[in-house]
Design a binder for this molecule. Structure first.
Ligand SMILES: *[C@@H]1O[C@H](CO)[C@@H](O)[C@H](O)[C@H]1NC(C)=O
Length: 256
């Protein structure tokens, strides 16, 4: 479906920068590495606050619009680092934490719930959960519903996103059913594609898809996010090209 839209729709040149900036505001700027440290998380937060070079934003008259990424996304152990870095920078970007034994979810329920609780206590305003795939693969939909409800409750005020891990659910029917169950357990539904979205072009295809299938509301960070680590760099390069007519060399966009 996304490929069809890509073939059908190309964003008009004049609007391209605006769409790219819209995509930026929907990015969950993510680092999920074993070697994450306070310093690389700090750097990520800086990038979240200054996603596009100031002079480029000025060139398209968007420098005073407060453009930031939608969130910063980290492991629970790095939430405090991210919260502190963003607070020190005087900036209100939410910190999202993966939890519930991301990515595999293979820890006991008590551990998974505890992980949510700690991340929220440390200041995460969004929690990205993973579901127990076995519940899906064996058709235990009620069990899945109850598990997600427990996660939801433990999140408290924090916004919960359910990671479906569609590659491990066996069939598209299961993806469909698991989505429905997650929606029933979570209410008020947004959408976050993640995994392998690296190019500005792909981001624009997703935005078109959301607009066509769901409407304008789903083009805003409240209901739409893109999980990505390297996408922002490509978007910044595209905007550089849009503004200057040249392709950026490495040293032109050192943070990308
Ligand atoms: C996932 O669900 C299955 C089926 O109910 C259960 O046997 C398994 O222990 C659960 N996994 C975890 C990590 O709790």
């Amino acid at each position: 479906c996304a490929e069809q839209i890509q073939a059908r729709r190309s964003v008009k040149k004049d609007w391209q920068a605006a769409w790219l900036l819209r995509a930026v505001t929907c990015i969950d700027l993510t680092t999920l590495s074993g070697d994450d440290t306070p310093s690389n998380v700090h750097r990520l937060c800086y990038k979240a606050k200054h996603p596009i070079r100031e002079d480029l934003l000025r060139a398209v008259d968007m420098h005073d619009k407060g453009i930031t990424t939608g969130a910063v996304c980290v492991y629970p152990a790095r939430v405090a680092d991210a919260v502190k870095a963003l607070k020190d920078a005087g900036c209100n970007i939410p910190v999202a934490s993966v939890a519930t034994g991301f990515p595999a979810g293979q820890t006991s329920l008590i551990t998974r719930l505890g992980e949510i609780k700690i991340a929220v206590e440390e200041g995460a305003r969004e929690i990205d959960i993973v579901i127990n795939r076995t519940l899906v693969l064996t058709g235990q939909w009620e069990g899945l519903y109850e598990e997600i409800c427990q996660f939801r409750q433990t999140c408290g005020e924090a916004h919960m996103k359910t990671i479906l891990g569609t590659g491990e659910l066996g069939s598209l029917t299961n993806v469909y059913k698991a989505s429905l169950v997650a929606m029933m357990a979570g209410k008020n539904v947004g959408f976050k594609p993640a995994g392998g979205i690296r190019s500005a072009k792909e981001a624009l295809v997703w935005l078109s898809l959301m607009k066509e299938e769901l409407g304008e509301e789903w083009l805003k960070p409240g209901l739409f996010r893109i999980g990505a680590s390297t996408l922002l760099g490509d978007i910044e390069r595209q905007i550089y090209h849009y503004v200057t007519g040249r392709y950026a060399a490495f040293h032109d966009l050192p943070m990308a």
